[in-house]
Design a protein around this ligand. Structure first.
Ligand SMILES: [Zn+2]
Length: 411
């Protein structure tokens, strides 16, 4: 690992500096104090740099900005042991495991993630520890969860005593209470607010996937968040709930399974992003088929939602809805985040648009386009490399060979 004070130079054979624009060939990228200092044509001779300059030879590689996953859950990984873990694993051990999952994600080439549903206290701590340089990991943008009693963000699937014990203080009912919950999330460190306007697949209750939060609640959350400079992401499956959240002014819809014509129109009007999470749909369908740990309430929703996701995503993409990359890792395994790209490609998205969704678009959704998402002067040196070009074969993203986070080589 290089120290921040050093200058690092990358010789990039192919350089996709700005996804959406054509890749450049044979460039020298100079990195100083974690930031990109310059990009010049050709390979600047080593003798022109100070003798202690570290040179990284990626002349035979495809170099691009670090990938960004807008939907991860670093606290857990879905599987037969998850309920048991809730009872047996200490909070401290679970927090340690989150570090492990975050580092797996980073080594897979994801240098920034938006964490949208774990114990927020762990995630704020993990985010801050990474930012301070105490541990190596991806840049984390962490959400506070706000949801209604019995809704998708609320605890389910355990006995009554535990339901009470695990009900968090940001579960709210009615507009004023949800205003309080939003402000409370921000008070404790939320970078954004995650809400659940509809039911969800993994809620262990047969409460459907339709709208759950009311319009007045949705509007209050968005307003309270905006007043304090925070964005809002809403989980949503059925179209009525997607529409309600968009009407309320959320910045992104997560999953968006039943995005139909009306919702597409509204996405375009509002300029909101869709974070499709096709990998989550695919994963839960496989789990129902090949394992037996899910309750009947979950199984029904998993098969239906998991099967319907891709087709509706394809329609939204073709209609020009803005797409930001999100895998829902935690449902799928951490470190497998790039599998989402393969599913997006199979659903009809072009390689370039996929790369854009995981860089330029994601940065825009976060409101961080001035810092990350491209390889340009003054931006964070979040850089990855693959052998071949993912513009020719999207599966190249499954094997990222080189990862740099803010100028530090981490893989
Ligand atoms: Zn999720």
């Amino acid at each position: 690992m290089t120290s921040l004070a050093e200058t690092t130079v990358i010789y990039a054979g192919k350089l996709l500096a700005v996804p959406g624009k054509a890749p450049l060939v044979e460039r020298t990228v100079v990195i100083e104090n974690g930031l990109i200092k310059s990009i010049s044509k050709g390979y600047t001779k080593q003798s022109e740099f100070a003798s202690d300059t570290k040179i990284i030879d990626l002349k035979n590689s495809f170099v691009m900005p670090g990938l960004m996953d807008m939907h991860v859950h670093l606290q857990f990984e879905l599987g037969p042991d998850r309920t048991k873990e809730t009872l047996k694993m200490s909070d401290e051990l679970m927090a340690m495991r989150s570090i492990h999952f975050a580092q797996k994600t980073m080594r897979a080439g994801f240098t920034t993630v938006r964490e949208v549903g774990s114990n927020p206290q762990y995630m704020y701590a993990l985010r801050d520890a990474i930012n301070k340089g105490w541990i190596v990991g991806p840049r984390i943008i962490a959400a506070g969860r706000v949801g209604i009693t019995g809704g998708h963000a609320d605890i389910s699937g355990v006995k009554h005593e535990l339901l009470d014990m695990y009900t968090v203080k940001t579960i709210c009912d009615g507009p004023y209470d949800c205003r309080r919950a939003t402000r409370r999330s921000i008070k404790f460190g939320a970078d954004l607010i995650k809400i659940t306007s509809t039911g969800g697949v993994l809620t262990d209750r047969a409460t459907g996937t339709g709208q759950q939060m009311e319009m007045d609640e949705l509007k209050e959350v968005v307003l309270a968040a905006k007043r304090m400079g925070r964005k809002v992401a809403s989980h949503a499956h059925e179209e009525e709930g997607i529409i309600a959240a968009l009407e309320a002014g959320v910045d992104s819809i997560e999953h968006g399974t039943y995005t139909g014509k009306k919702a597409i129109k509204l996405f375009l009007k509002k300029g909101a992003y869709l974070v499709p999470t096709l990998l989550a749909g695919d994963t839960v369908v496989q789990m129902v088929k090949h394992s037996n740990f899910m309750s009947d309430a979950i199984k029904e929703k998993a098969i239906r939602v998991g099967t319907d996701m891709k087709g509706n995503f394809a329609k939204a993409y073709k209609a020009g809805v803005k797409i930001a990359y999100g895998s829902d890792s935690g449902i799928s395994r951490h470190g497998d985040n790039a599998k989402e790209a393969v599913l997006m490609f199979k659903a009809g998205m072009t390689e370039m648009d996929i790369l854009k969704s995981a860089t330029v678009n994601a940065a825009d959704l976060l409101g961080m386009s001035d810092q990350i998402g491209t390889i340009e002067e003054g931006k964070q040196a979040d850089i990855i490399a693959t052998d071949g070009s993912p513009l020719e074969n999207i599966e190249e993203l499954l094997t990222v060979d080189f990862v740099m986070n803010s100028g530090k080589v981490t893989h």
